[in-house]
Each structure stands twice: as C-alpha cells, then as structure tokens.
Design a binder for this molecule. Sequence first.
Ligand code: DGL
Length: 269
Amino acid sequence: MKKISLKQNTIFIFDSGLGGITIFNYIKNIFFNINFIYLLDNKYFPYGNKSSNFILKRLIKILEKISNNYNISLAIIACNTASVSSLPNIRNYFNFPIIGVTPAIDLAIKKTKNNVIGLLATHTTIKNNKIKEKINFLKKKYEIKIISSSKLVFLAEKKLLGYKIVINDIKKIFNSWFNLTIFPDTIILGCTHFPLILNELKIIFPQNTYFLDSKKNIVLKFKKNINSNKTILKKKNNIIFYTKKNKYINKIKILFLNQGFKDILNLKI
Ligand code: DGL
C-alpha cells in the first residue's frame, strides 16, 4: 500500500459510498495540516439493508487493513448506518479515536415548533435499537414521521456523479407524507447521502421546513480529537480507496480529483 509519512496526521474517512463527501467537504477547510484517506466500500454499497453484525465485521476488517499501513490519528465513520451499527463496540479493537455520525434527533427536538419531526434514514439505521428506543421515548411528546429509503441513497449518488435525476422520483418516496394533517417542520437527514439532494428536497417540501444533518456535531467531536493548526502541509497526499472496480469508477475518480485527492486506488478487501 502507498505510505504517507508517519509524521503527518492522517484522518481516515469511511462511507459505503459517496455520502461521506458531505462530511469531508465540511472538515477539509477547517483543518489544513492533515492528510485525508477516504474509503468508499462500493463493493458492498448500499449498507442500508445490511445487518449491523455484517457492517461491524466489515468495518473492523477495513480499519485493520488501513491502520496497519497508515498512521491514523482519527477515523471518522461518515455514514449513519455504519456508525449506529458499529459504535461504540468498534473502539475496543483500535488504539486511535473513532467517531461517527448519527441522526440529529436531539437537535431536531430543540428546533421543531409544531412538534412534528421527519426522520429520513436507511432501514438499518431505523431498525437500530438505540435509535428505536430514543424515538419511542420521544413519541410521548413529538410525532416522528419516518421514511427509510435506499432509492433516495441511489438517487443522491447518481446526482453527484453527474446524472440527471427526476424530482418526481424523489417526490414519490414521500407520498405518504403529503396526506398528513400536520407536516413535519423539521426534517432530519439521517444519512450522509441526503444533503447531496438538499436542493431537490427543498423544492418538494414547504418553504419553512428546517433540514438538519449531522455535520456540526462531527466538527465538535473532531476538534476534541485532533490538534490542528493553520500550517498548510507542503505536500498534501490525500488518497481515495474504493473496494470494487465498476462502471462508475472513472466518474468517481474525476469527482475526487476535483476535491484535491491525488491517488485513487483499488483496495482489494
Ligand atoms: N451514507 C450512508 C448513511 O449515512 C448510507 C448509504 C447506504 O445505504 O449505504 O447512512
């Protein structure tokens, strides 16, 4: 595997696909002296219908491989599905900090005025016990309308790769919401892919709808873990790994080259 100097900080960012870019874009401009490795596990994309057990084992395997070859200062699981499936257990296997993203439910209850909250996430995230417990507890005071959709994940990925997506295809996913007497005024984007289609969601939903993703949370956690200053690295060496060569790889390469990544490599795992 290609080595990065051990003196350099390296942040490892993981997602099943391209959704983690929404997290990467947010943190790359805050920290300058850090190399990033982004791994998209496109071999098993999407994660949204996989079991938590499968996801935990897969992540352990990937993190072992990466951390055996790179000096990882921090791993960010930039995927709600993988985070709820693997945290906190996965921390027992590694000696570097690992943080993740989870649906911003706590922020949503602070934000909502009509006490109707929408939650968009994958099936595996919604089925997660901790998430279910939290929702059941909040049901006493709030109405929580849940939609889990892997189609939305695919549409977001398609859009990022430059394909045309049809607003009506997105709208159909929310059919059941359009009959509600009170519409959610706050919608949680509980999957890192969904901010990629925020503009489309804004067209579909009433103008005053408030959308919440988990970006802000992660930066707070991130700052606690990494000592970063404003010294710009002379030689940035951001690397992207993908786990399967498919027909989208060339488009994915261009996408990441435009984001300042230098090496795009296939990790056979
Ligand atoms: N980006 C992932 C998340 O935040 C989900 C995508 C998938 O289903 O693989 O949950």
